[in-house]
Design a protein around this ligand. Sequence first.
Ligand code: AMP
Ligand code: MG
Length: 422
Amino acid sequence: MSAIPDSSRVLSFEDARRVVEHEASLVHASQTESVELLASAGRVLAGAILADRDIPPFPRSTRDGYAVQSADLSKLPSMLQVIGEIKAGEKLENIPATIGRGQTASIMTGAPVPGGADAVVMVEYSSQHGQQVEITKQVVSGENIVPRGAEAQKGSPLIARGSRLTDAAIALAASAGNSKLQVYKRPRTAVLTTGDEIVAVDATPGPTQIRNSNSYSLAVQIRQAGGDPILLPIASDDPGRLRELIEEGLNHDLLLMTGGVSMGRYDLVEQVLSEMQAEFFFTGAKIQPGRPVVFGKCQCGAGAPARENAGTYFFGLPGNPVSTMVTFELFARPMLDALAGMSPRKLAFVHAKLKSEIKVKPGLKRFLPAILSGEFENSQVELVAWQGSGDIAATARANCYIVIPPDRDRIPAGDWVAVMIR
Ligand code: AMP
Ligand code: MG
């Protein structure tokens, strides 16, 4: 009862990724909820946030020093009359209405620059005696001042709909007075582990049994991608039971399966989905780890969530734990991003120098667990020693994947290689 191999649907990494990105572009998140500002970190914004006032709301001094007319400093040293002191948050009535020729006001970082002044001289270039200050450095007009509205003008968009809420975005939302944000609901993502040998984490495994770990790595990745993981019961390698659980999984926004997609006699996932008239976009990608990865869509879940682009997307991720993790990152994440309401983004890579030579068989694009170390221009990377794509222990020691193009069989030490951070 093995799944029928269909090599025509084994795509290059790039083609497989394009297919996912295309399908993801057809998905539109619609359900939203209002959440407390801090709870919205990592979520996706459902409506643009606008500036409720100019930022900065006044011409802001970026230094402690003296607000001056720059023209007064054409000859140095220059002696100016101090007509006020402006601290951050100073009441308007305490701020000199204007700084005239030969005058200055001492000013603190973050304080409003008074009228008439066009620059701020840093306190380091001054010495004040009573109401007189001697200035020993010239400034150009505008120096050490951020003009009112230079960062954003009232009413202009600060954060676009579809943005992931990072620390900076949360800070920006706070600065515009938003204690709650409207975000998209988390896509409910079913996780279905398959395999006769797999037992629950709290079970005592028999001598040939394996504890389920993939559901947990996937749940973490789903959370990180803004989804809500729902762990289904473990499916045995039995077509009837598998079908029941796949049907249940398809009633969610996305179904991720792990295991049962290779060429083994008991790899039944594709077969069961074919019987359910599922559409397959690909049934393999020329990558390692993760070659047997499956991506498709099925109209079959009776209670599938109603949406324009009918049907539920599913991924069959290979069961080897590292394959599951890698194929999630490469393929499932963009779909989850889209379901979470996020604008599409490309995979991001950094580059580092290879510490020791790598030899591989060409033909597959490889994403191999590695350790990135060093700082600044001395970034170095090396593979972790591993026993192949079942080796979770090695992967837990890794902090990245080295990406090896399919046409390379040897990369010498010292070459720059692409690295995907994990
Ligand atoms: P499969 O893709 O079903 O052929 O499984 C490949 C390998 O991954 C086998 O060694 C399985 O025992 C292992 N495996 C499958 N599912 C899991 C899981 N949920 N947790 C840990 N290991 C798994
Ligand atoms: Mg299996």
